[in-house]
Design a protein around this ligand. Structure first.
Ligand code: DC
Length: 226
């Protein structure tokens, strides 16, 4: 575990899928004028690339081999579209959120050498004036010296409902049963893997946001920061 630059503040937001980390992190970054790292998007982009290379995504060496040609670019898009993700000259933003990508991302995220290989590109996001880092192991592994660590969670049912709404807005329909099952499978894989499992850091503040709005969570975090 390496120490990161203490002079550039980092706030880590970890937690399971669908807990609202993305919206909370975006809102905090806007409020504080900080950079934003969506580490899940890095795992998702790596999964899209590995699938396009037709690698066996459960084979660590095969996935690592695809990293030789993996050069994602994250560009701030217009406020309506958000961050745009590019692989060479292909805009893959639309592919990042589909369920095939999510499932492949979860699989490659369980491979220790893959996680190790993606560490430096995540730490690269720590730039002045500060960083909001959203993920699963931001406070435990990637930024262990973060100034403030938040672990955001919500009930499985609430998270499935939120994901269903998000997908509907993107024109993707799926049943609640399938969605809940996929979320539970991904949670189990993410929290039981031996390398960087999804757990709250010892010094993290846990917030259950099942009954809280994004604005209320952001307010809570800002008051912790003070
Ligand atoms: O947050 P997300 O749903 O976009 O993440 C996609 C997958 O990547 C998910 O299965 C968990 C994994 N992930 C991870 O293992 N570590 C991170 N820091 C971020 C995401």
């Amino acid at each position: 575990m390496t120490s990161t630059d203490q002079s550039i503040p980092v706030i880590t937001i970890d937690g399971p899928s669908g807990a609202g980390k993305g919206s909370v992190a975006q809102s905090l970054a806007r409020e504080l004028g900080y950079h934003l790292l969506d580490s899940g998007a890095i795992y998702r982009a790596a999964a899209v690339h590995a699938l396009e290379c037709e690698a066996d995504i459960e084979d660590q060496n095969a996935v690592l081999a695809t990293f030789e040609s993996f050069n994602p670019r994250f560009e701030a898009g217009n406020p309506d579209d958000g961050v745009q993700v590019w692989l060479n000259d292909q805009n893959i933003t639309g592919k990042l959120r589909n369920e095939d990508t999510a499932s492949a991302a979860s699989k490659i995220a369980s491979l220790p050498a893959v996680r190790q290989a993606l560490l430096a590109s995540q730490r690269d996001f720590q730039r002045p004036p500060g960083l909001i880092a959203d993920g699963r192991d931001m406070g435990t592994v990637v930024f262990p010296d973060a100034k403030l660590k938040i672990f955001l969670t919500a009930s499985a049912q609430e998270r499935a409902q939120r994901r269903s709404k998000q997908l509907k807005e993107q024109g993707i329909t799926t049943t609640m049963q399938r969605l809940t099952q996929e979320i539970q499978e991904r949670d189990t894989r993410d929290s039981t893997r031996s390398h960087s499992p999804l757990v709250a850091a010892d010094d993290a503040i846990t917030i259950d946001c099942s009954e809280l709005s994004i604005e209320q969570v952001v307010k809570l975090i800002l008051s912790e920061l003070k």
